[in-house]
Design a protein around this ligand. Structure first.
Ligand SMILES: Cc1cc2nc3c(=O)[nH]c(=O)nc-3n(C[C@H](O)[C@H](O)[C@H](O)COP(=O)(O)OP(=O)(O)OC[C@H]3O[C@@H](n4cnc5c(N)ncnc54)[C@H](O)[C@@H]3O)c2cc1C
Ligand code: FES
Length: 238
């Protein structure tokens, strides 16, 4: 059951082009890879909590990997160790944990939920990580992922790894694909392998009540990203 936790900040530091936030919630909880938490932004001009996928779980410690894109994430990046965040979760469905060989495809900050997924899948996994340039990652960030599975990096400008879009390098020798990233990236996954995608939209209530986060499926139904997702079958959406 989701609930509100006091998240005492243990670390909140830049890592490549992202930030790594770890909080202690003084209680061990069970979180599925792909589930997310809503963090309250304690600014008068920001009403909606901001959504972040679980990056890692260690005992009573929860970690998030986030990109600073606007006012809320900027505020978050300025919180120091010892600050107490108000955190609501875990929310959403999460990825299914399937046997066999899996390719975990992350575009930009979409790499965040794949780390804990990789840890939980444990065997037969490869990360395919894409970004615009090499500055998006640093050695620490790439090392974390390579400690969990094989990694291959793709940059649009060719400054690290292979050049191009991450979706150009998806090969078919896998039983399942898990992907998170910009919508355009997800739309470009055109392989006939079971594929689960994690979607991002603006989230309001986070638990299915307001319908503010709906997406239209291919057959014209409306699904709530916060409750029916954020993980969907690729073929259901695109
Ligand atoms: C289920 C879920 C999981 C997420 N997990 C992560 C994560 O692990 N790491 C991470 O870095 N981000 C994640 N996000 C995205 C994150 O919630 C947004 O980046 C954040 O809410 C932006 O807040 P802000 O106040 O800084 O930006 P705002 O000031 O609200 O907006 C700044 C810019 O970002 C865009 N934006 C705002 N919200 C989103 C969004 N949800 N998705 C895409 N663009 C957005 C706006 O259109 C605008 O251009 C997740 C979103 C969802 C729905
Ligand atoms: S945010 Fe309210 S239903 Fe999804």
């Amino acid at each position: 059951m989701p609930k509100i936790y006091k998240g005492n900040i243990i670390e909140n530091k830049p890592i490549g082009g992202l930030f790594l936030l770890t909080v202690s919630i003084e209680e061990e909880i069970s979180v599925n890879p792909g589930q997310f938490f809503l963090i309250r932004i304690d600014r008068e001009d920001i009403v909606l909590r901001r959504a972040f996928s679980i990056f890692d779980v260690n005992g009573d410690r929860l970690s998030f990997l986030y990109r600073v894109v606007g006012r809320g994430t900027k505020w978050l990046s300025e919180r120091r160790v010892g600050y107490t965040l108000n955190i609501f979760g875990p929310l959403g469905n999460g990825f299914s944990l399937c046997q066999g060989k899996s390719l975990l495809v992350g575009g930009g900050s979409g790499m965040a939920p794949l780390y804990y997924l990789g840890k939980r899948l444990r065997e037969g996994i490869k990360f395919l990580l894409g970004a615009q340039t090499k500055d998006f990652w640093d050695d620490d960030l790439l090392l974390k992922y390579s400690n969990v599975g094989e990694i291959e990096v793709i940059t649009e400008d060719g400054s690290l790894g292979k050049k191009g879009l991450v979706t150009e390098y998806i090969d078919t020798g896998y039983d399942r694909i898990y992907a998170c990233g910009p919508v355009e990236m997800l739309k470009n996954i055109r392989v006939d392998i079971p594929t689960e995608i994690s979607l991002e939209t603006i989230i309001a209530c986070g638990f299915g009540a307001c319908r503010g986060c709906v997406v239209e499926t291919k057959n014209g139904e409306y699904k709530r990203v916060c409750k029916d997702g954020p993980v969907f079958d690729l073929k259901e959406i695109f």
